[in-house]
Design a protein around this ligand. Structure first.
Ligand code: ADP
Length: 739
């Protein structure tokens, strides 16, 4: 257990600890024992939980460097090597609070102090060189642990620690040098080589577990950093097609160590003709640069000021580099042949598992993409097994059928559950059952059918195709259901258009041809001639109106209609209209304008076209003797829709002229009211069939009114007549003027 002495801020005690620690460091004892003696002495100078010294033993031989940890390990939490490397990179003493995230198994008792620790890390720098990192941790409450006195003591001790590490490095080098010359690097021999072999075994063991790509690369990088003492490193995947490297994981980089600031970058690509990693990827060979400042072929200095040693090892399968591991250090000659061989061995062991992880990742990504397509398609899709059970369905499946998704993951059966859910709406339930039975009898055939639903009326198209497993065995069916109501409607309208237009063209053309032929072949009395010519003229007019309507529709649809607006008196437009219509023979037209009638800001011809369409419809669809009233008055529409004389709720606010055309005609049944505004829509009954028309007038009329910013609507009762209302903007009302 840890012994916590009372905080000693007294200088004398600190000096005494320093003197004793210095003496301990230079004793003739094994290095590890000396370090632990120092740890023990430190307890007298400061309050701390445990300590660790990371050493990089460097020797005279360039690149021969070994990393070793000495830890008192009194606390149950693992040491954080990334933090250690950051401290080393920062080159200054760091004191910070560290939250405990999932600490050691026996951490329960220690979390009592607010769930955190205080960390003090000091890089062992001496003579411009980094020798190691001394770290101490305290599980106190964080307020005054490891404060000024502790930092002073540690700071004073650092040069002594550096000297000891330097000497120990020399000693180890002298011991191991003869072996290094003769032994292959990975054979058991000196302690560090044995440790390397153990590490490789351990890595291999871990790689046996199936790993995600990211986890595998992170693990490989951590192992490599820890094994070599490198301060920073990254792993790139190689994109041979694009000749690029894609960074996957990285650790330890400071701004001075990397061409760009890599922090925060999730995925980044580099052309592979830049840098050591690119070379390693292209050549499929491991590369080492002991000091980039002395290597003329690498121009690193310009981009990464602090970088000195760099090592790049490809992970190859069948002589093709899948990835490249890069290790970097700001220490010149931080890596040598030994590090290179070790990292190479690590990468060799990781290459196969990486290959599998990449294949696995590809499968995961393909499956994610397919899932996205499946769930975002507007077509209802369901995979059924051979017995009709729904194994998987997309959200559109329930929407298209108009049934709620079943709760609790209850399996759904087609057709049983489907017929059950749809029964009130199915026009012919047996059709669905028969369709499924046919599918069972011919499991390898594709099938298609259309299903009609009522309330509301809807037409669905069902396509059912067999599905197979990888061996070609039928596994069930994929049902694709789309709502074709709209397509059917468009088709119906198109057919109607062809028949209406050909009928509407043929009738006047026949009479024009007939009468002109008569006039050509025979002599008639002047009065008779006049009557014939009048008929020809009327029919030609009719044709011209039809052609005009067709052109208007196509112009409106193409958005090519432009309004030529003027300030106009509506009274005058109405007068022109009555002139155009002429004297009505079988109806009475009443005009009622409520004064004061402010002028409107409109396209005169277009408004005349609107009025003409509505008045001629009123005439067409009223019995002889009927009265038609054309009325207009000003209305003011408020924000809340008030004062608008019955205008629709969403009507724009402001001053408007409300025009109405009332007739005492056949009226329109409520179910047709929303549809009559569509192109070519005609209410189909004996009356309208007799009357003739194209179904274009109201669609054009609505578009023209809306182009002016107004609205059009109607009230009607079958057999009692209809009133069509529309609004036009009053001139000078700024609210619509600017729009
Ligand atoms: P058309 O009159 O050429 O058929 P419209 O687009 O003007 O085409 O009208 C569409 C349909 O609306 C008409 O076919 C008719 O059934 C109905 N309709 C239009 N105006 C009236 C009206 N005043 N009274 C009764 N029905 C009408």
């Amino acid at each position: 257990m840890l012994t916590l002495l009372s905080l000693s801020g007294e200088g004398e005690e600190t000096l005494a600890v320093l003197a004793e620690a210095t003496r301990a460091l230079h004793e003739d004892e094994p290095f590890a024992r000396r370090v632990h003696e120092v740890f023990k002495l430190l307890h007298r100078g400061m309050r701390y939980g445990d300590a660790r010294l990371t050493c990089w033993f460097q020797s005279a031989r360039p690149g021969a460097q070994r990393q070793q940890f000495f830890s008192s390990d009194t606390l149950a939490y693992p040491w954080d090597n990334q933090r250690m490397r950051q401290t080393a990179m920062g080159r200054q003493v760091v004191r910070c609070a560290v939250p405990l995230e999932g600490g050691g198994a026996s951490s329960g008792a220690l979390v009592r102090c607010g769930g955190g620790m205080v960390y003090l890390g000091a890089p062992v720098v001496w003579g411009g060189r980094l020798w190691g990192v001394l770290e101490v941790r305290s599980d106190g409450d964080g307020s005054d642990d490891l404060g000024g006195a502790a930092q002073e003591l540690i700071g004073a001790l650092l040069p002594q620690v550096a000297v000891s590490i330097a000497r120990e490095g020399e000693r180890q080098y002298q011991l191991s040098e003869p072996n290094v010359q003769t032994l292959p690097v990975l054979l058991p021999g000196p302690p560090s080589l044995l440790a390397q072999a153990t590490m490789l075994d351990a890595l291999e063991h871990e790689l046996r577990e199936p790993l995600g790509l990211h986890k595998l690369l992170t693990m490989l990088l951590r192992w490599s950093l820890d094994a070599t003492g490198a301060e920073a490193g990254a792993v790139f995947l190689v994109d041979h097609e694009q000749e690029e490297l894609v960074i996957q994981v990285y650790e330890g980089y400071s701004p001075g160590m990397f061409p760009t600031d890599v922090r925060g970058i999730q995925r980044h690509r580099w052309k592979w003709d830049v840098g050591l990693a690119g070379r390693a990827a292209r050549g499929g060979r491991a590369l080492l640069v002991r000091d980039v400042t002395r290597e003329s072929s690498f121009q690193f200095q310009a981009v990464a000021a602090d970088l000195r040693a760099e090592l790049a090892v490809p992970l190859c399968v069948d002589e093709r580099a899948l990835a490249v591991l890069v290790l970097d250090s700001p220490r010149s000659a931080a890596f040598g042949d030994e590090e290179l061989a070790l990292v190479h061995a690590l990468c060799e062991r990781a290459a196969r598992p990486l290959y599998h992880a990449m294949r696995y990742q590809e499968i995961v990504e393909t499956s994610t993409q397919l899932h996205q397509v499946f769930s975002s398609l507007p077509t209802g899709l369901a995979l059924l097994d051979t017995s009709g059970r729904v194994l998987r369905a997309n959200p559109a499946w329930a929407t298209v059928w108009g049934v709620g998704e079943r709760s609790g993951g209850e399996p759904v059966h087609v057709p049983l559950d489907l017929v059950d859910d749809l029964l009130p709406r199915l026009q012919d339930p047996l059709l669905l059952v028969q369709f499924c039975a046919d599918g069972q009898h011919a499991p390898r055939e594709a099938q298609m059918m259309n299903i009609r639903l009522v309330h509301p009326s809807q037409e669905l198209q069902v396509l059912s195709v067999p599905t197979h497993d990888s061996l070609g065995q039928v596994t069930g069916r994929l049902w694709m259901v789309s709502d074709v109501t709209r397509e059917r409607e468009v088709e119906r309208l198109k057919n109607e258009f062809v028949s209406i237009v050909s009928h509407e063209l043929r009738t006047p053309l026949t009479s024009i041809l007939g009468f002109t032929e008569l006039l050509l072949v025979r002599q008639f009395a002047v009065a008779e001639q006049r009557q014939f010519i009048q008929t020809v003229y009327d029919q030609a007019n009719h044709l011209s109106k039809l052609v005009e309507d067709l052109l208007s529709v196509s112009r409106i649809e193409a958005g090519k209609v432009r309004l030529h607006r003027w300030v106009v008196a509506l009274r005058q437009v109405i007068a022109e209209l009555t002139n155009q219509i002429g004297q009505l023979e079988r109806h009475r037209l009443l005009i009622r304008l409520v004064e004061p009638m402010p002028p409107v800001y409109v396209d005169r011809d277009k408004v005349k076209q609107v009025l003409f369409n509505l008045v001629t419809n009123a005439i067409k669809y009223s019995p002889d003797g009927g009265e038609i009233e054309l009325a207009a008055q000003e209305v003011r529409v408020g924000e809340d829709g008030s004062g608008g004389g019955g205008v629709p709720l969403e009507h724009p606010v402001g001053r408007w002229i409300l025009v109405s055309v009332r007739d005492q005609g056949i009226g329109i049944a409520p179910e047709h009211v929303p549809l009559i505004w569509e192109r070519f829509y005609r209410v189909d009954n004996t009356n309208t069939r007799r009357i003739g028309g194209t179904g274009l007038g109201l669609s054009i009329t609505r578009s023209l009114v809306e182009l002016h910013g107004g609205r059009i609507w109607l009230e009607s009762a079958v057999g009692r007549g209809s009133v069509f209302f529309f609004t036009l903007p009053v001139a000078g009302d700024m609210r619509w003027d600017e729009g």
